[in-house]
Design a protein around this ligand. Structure first.
Ligand code: ADP
Length: 325
């Protein structure tokens, strides 16, 4: 958290607790004051009774009863009030915490995006300038071009992710629905990654055709995001395995890596918008926290399900279930 948001958070917390304590203390004070008044009235009314009156005991009993009724009324009303205050307090507390968390994640996202946009642009410029100014050997030239292409691809993916997230949030995106061979689509994505990262080993699924109904662009983004994460969050020499097959009436796509894995407490959170494990100052991997959020939205729009479990002996397995046609 930045220094400013910590200050803001502390101030909001202090104001919240002071107000809540004040309200409860005021309620208690009113209860005590009313109860005291009630007892005083009872005492005065009892003292006004005449001892030699034959109805003395009856009247005294009535006064005592009235006093008890008042006490019960105060307790009842006070408790309802207290319950309402506490309910409201819990509601405000949770809403504020959610807002602060989202604001924090948005700030992280902005920092990450600025970094993510600037790096590829800087690298591309430097590479092109080098190519323009110096006569390089063929091999070095190719290396620079490959590197530039990789950065352009990364920029492209980032822009696609951001645009899609904005469109989905605005409800302005309705993907097409067509019957498509998901095996071909997955193999195509893997080929693309192999070209971009020839040093990475990817085990691909068998090419038995499996069909789903969906939007090819969205499903491509889903597979690309999962592959990209598997690469980013596992060491260079570790193998990435992609499996695809039928499971009952559903298609099961799995992307498995041998990275550090994801702690159980984070497994649900990582699908949240802008959510990234760790904090922006200590993180070393590049990213925006949008990838898995989009994956979840894409899978849901295809009436499917996405989940993550531990891979054996280490790493993560992302599993996507989609209805088959
Ligand atoms: P980004 O990768 O841009 O940070 P994502 O939404 O794709 O955003 O992922 C959210 C977080 O989930 C990542 O920051 C990372 O900490 C974690 N994560 C995603 N995929 C993996 C993986 N295969 N292995 C380990 N951690 C992962």
């Amino acid at each position: 958290m930045s220094q400013r948001s910590i200050k803001g958070f502390t101030l909001v917390t202090i104001v919240y607790w002071v107000l809540l304590s004040y309200m409860i203390a005021a309620l208690l004070w009113w209860f005590i004051a009313l109860e005291k008044q009630n007892q005083e009235i009872t005492r005065v009314r009892l003292s006004e009774l005449k001892h030699d009156d034959p109805t003395f005991y009856d009247q005294a009993l009535q006064i005592e009863k009235a006093s008890k009724r008042k006490t019960t009324q105060y307790i009842g009303e006070g408790s309802t009030f207290l319950a309402l205050i506490l309910l409201g307090a819990v509601f405000v507390f949770r809403a504020t915490r959610r807002q602060l968390k989202l604001a924090q994640q948005q700030q992280n996202f902005l920092m990450a995006v600025t970094h993510e946009l600037k790096t590829p642009i800087a690298v591309t410029r430097l590479n092109l300038e080098t190519l323009q100014k110096r006569k390089l050997e063929e091999e070095k030239q190719q290396k620079l071009i490959t590197n530039t292409l990789q950065e352009a691809n990364r920029l492209n993916m980032l822009c696609n992710n951001m645009l899609l997230a904005a469109q989905l949030d605005a409800g302005a995106f309705n993907g097409t629905r067509q019957e498509l061979n998901i095996t071909d689509l997955v193999l195509g994505c893997i080929d693309d990654f192999r070209n971009r990262f020839p040093q990475r080993a990817i085990e691909e699924p068998a090419d038995d055709a499996v069909y789903v109904e969906g939007d090819p662009l969205l499903l491509q983004m889903l597979v690309n995001n999962l592959l990209e994460n598997a690469m980013k969050y596992s060491p260079r020499e570790a193998v990435i395995t992609v499996a695809l097959g039928l499971q009952g009436k559903q298609v099961l796509l799995q992307v498995m890596d041998q990275g550090a894995g994801i702690p159980d407490a984070e497994k649900k959170k990582i699908f949240g918008k802008f959510y990234r494990v760790g904090n922006e100052n200590t993180r070393t991997t590049k990213g925006t926290g949008l990838g898995l959020y989009l994956c979840k939205r894409i899978v849901r729009s295809h009436k499917g399900n996405i989940s993550v479990t531990d891979n054996q002996p280490q790493g993560s397995t992302f599993a996507v279930l989609l209805p088959t046609v």
